[in-house]
Design a protein around this ligand. Sequence first.
Ligand code: PRX
Length: 677
Amino acid sequence: MSQRDVTETTESQIAVHWQEEDYYYPSPKFIGQANLTDPAVFDRFKLDNFPDCYVEYAEMLSWYKYWDEVLDTSDAPCFKWFKGGKLNASYNCIDRHLAENKNKTAIHFVPEPEEERIDHITYHELYVRVNEFAALLRNKAKLKRGDRVTIHMPMSAELPITMLACARLGVIHSVVFGGFPASACADRIVDSQSRVLITMDAYHRSGKLLDHKPHADEAVKLSEEQGQTVDTVLVWQRYPGKYSSDKPMKDGRDITVNEEIAKYYGERIEPERMLAEEPLFLMYTSGTTGKPKGCQHSTGGYLAYVTGTSKYIQDIQPKDVYWCMADIGWITGHSYIVYGPLSLCASSVIYEGVPTFPDAGRSWRIAQNLDVSIFHTAPTAIRALRKVGPDEPAKYNYHFKHMTTVGEPIEPEVWKWYESAVGKGEAIIVDTWWQTETGGFLCSTVPGISPMKPGSAGPGVPGIHPVIFDDEGNEIKEAGIAGNICIRNPWPGMFQTIWGDRDRFVKTYFERYCKDPKSTDWRDWPYLTGDAAMKAEDEYYRILGRIDDVINVSGHRLGTKEIESAALVADEVAEAAVVPVAHDIKGTEPDLYVSLKPGFEPSEDIAQKVSQAVIDQIGKIAKPRRVWLVPDMPKTRSGKIMRRVLGAISNKGDVGNVMTLANPEVVDTIKTMVEKE
Ligand code: PRX
């Protein structure tokens, strides 16, 4: 057995306990108002009509110049969509709505403290603020088309304003999740070669005003040590006019945006006419080994794809108040809080804090107060909301027409609570399966057309043609057999490459099933998603989890290698191995096994220190359930750590035959240790 097997076994074990569920059908009321109800869409988007079918999405945008070619495959697998076309993402998300809808709310910003008033920003106001900030970025920070800028900000209205100002200038933004520590921010600054960092002084979380500025200082310092100088730090104030951090502003480097921007009041910036294939942003994601991968997303293909899927799959219409609970620092927030909904002129809700703060009813009060019609969250949040307040939704007068779940497989039991309690039996649900790399949805039901099935993402969305391969590259056509799910064809939302590392892009996502590495025919380049899945008779896909060494905690991907190398930062540690263990809220969480260098005795202090090292390096999200200090790791004779065995022990499963190991006796010792707890 290879090391990879552990994630495969444990994650799929969680999933395959599920039975096939009965269908749920969309209500006539939903169908009556839906954007898409004509099943002919599947004909229009069948492979015979590829790639021209995607013109339907491109035409949802406003272009300065139409494309010369829908799909250029000459540099496969770096595909270029709508080649030669020119557009601007900020224009599409703001300017084009002004004539009809300038007084409509674009963003509802909901502060965590309930006594603070909600900020309702109209499309006109968004236009003003984005232009003024773009002027500051251009004139003060000296940013220009093609430059990269790193953004380390919390959930705030200023975050999409910052992103859209970058997009207006053609500056490539790289948003780092606000909860990540300085080291993660620094890695991304260095990799993207950003000389400007944009941050905020503080933000509210779980009832506390957290000081965020120290992370910027530390990130700049760490970047400098790695050879990347940040000469400008732009600091938004959470409370304009009042600095909320204990750390001083550094003269000559730090600029208070809220003061500086006064110099640009009334400025208007002509949007850059970007080529469709020019990058819009980078979004970093964990990989199996080494440094995080900067997924490079295009301007035209990406925006067309998130607009098309927001319209058809999320059924977003200008009249909707749409609330996606994800953080903008993840791809879900980019595609389905900012770019998709704003391109369709919806009102998008941004909530600063924790969904259950100060009590279990908070989310439903927000829904009621803003009359939210579309709701979007992840199984981990649904499980948490169900745990703290299963009867809370009924106490509030809101009515969703549509709900999304994303990020990890959802257990049918949880799905049913989401449907009946949160959706009040009125809302349809889409279970959308996709990834940072894919820009937008891959599998989901089309809400006005296909029935829902709890626990299954559904068929490929229009234009996406999934295929399951076995390890040898044979197509698995039968229902009910798990394999590696791939996508046969490129699509406009897919990332263009890994920033600065084309080889890694090809190797990670295409090499395994590419028939001819020299081919410029897209048919030779199936995209390897890295997930295991199986198909049911009705062509609905059920996602079973990652096939590579990535642990999915609360819908966030953490590389096992990253966690293990963080543990090794503690001096006492000789070896570390991390495995996913089932958790009823988070889906899975990391369980960390550590063996100590000679001369060190196991102690609670060391375990604490290792745990803290992981938190410091990666963030609280990676906090191990337990740090087990073991006398030795179970190893093969060639010296490979058997994570499969550790995974089985953590999950109280069968360790199988261990007699071929170099040190079988250690398995019992570890087992006894874990079982005792
Ligand atoms: O394993 C799949 C799981 O999350 C991975 C992608 O994580 P990330 O790039 O962080 O993007 C999360 C938001 C799109 C996938 O490879 N995943 C995502 N959505 C689902 C899912 N697993 C099952 N069902 C889903 N709906």
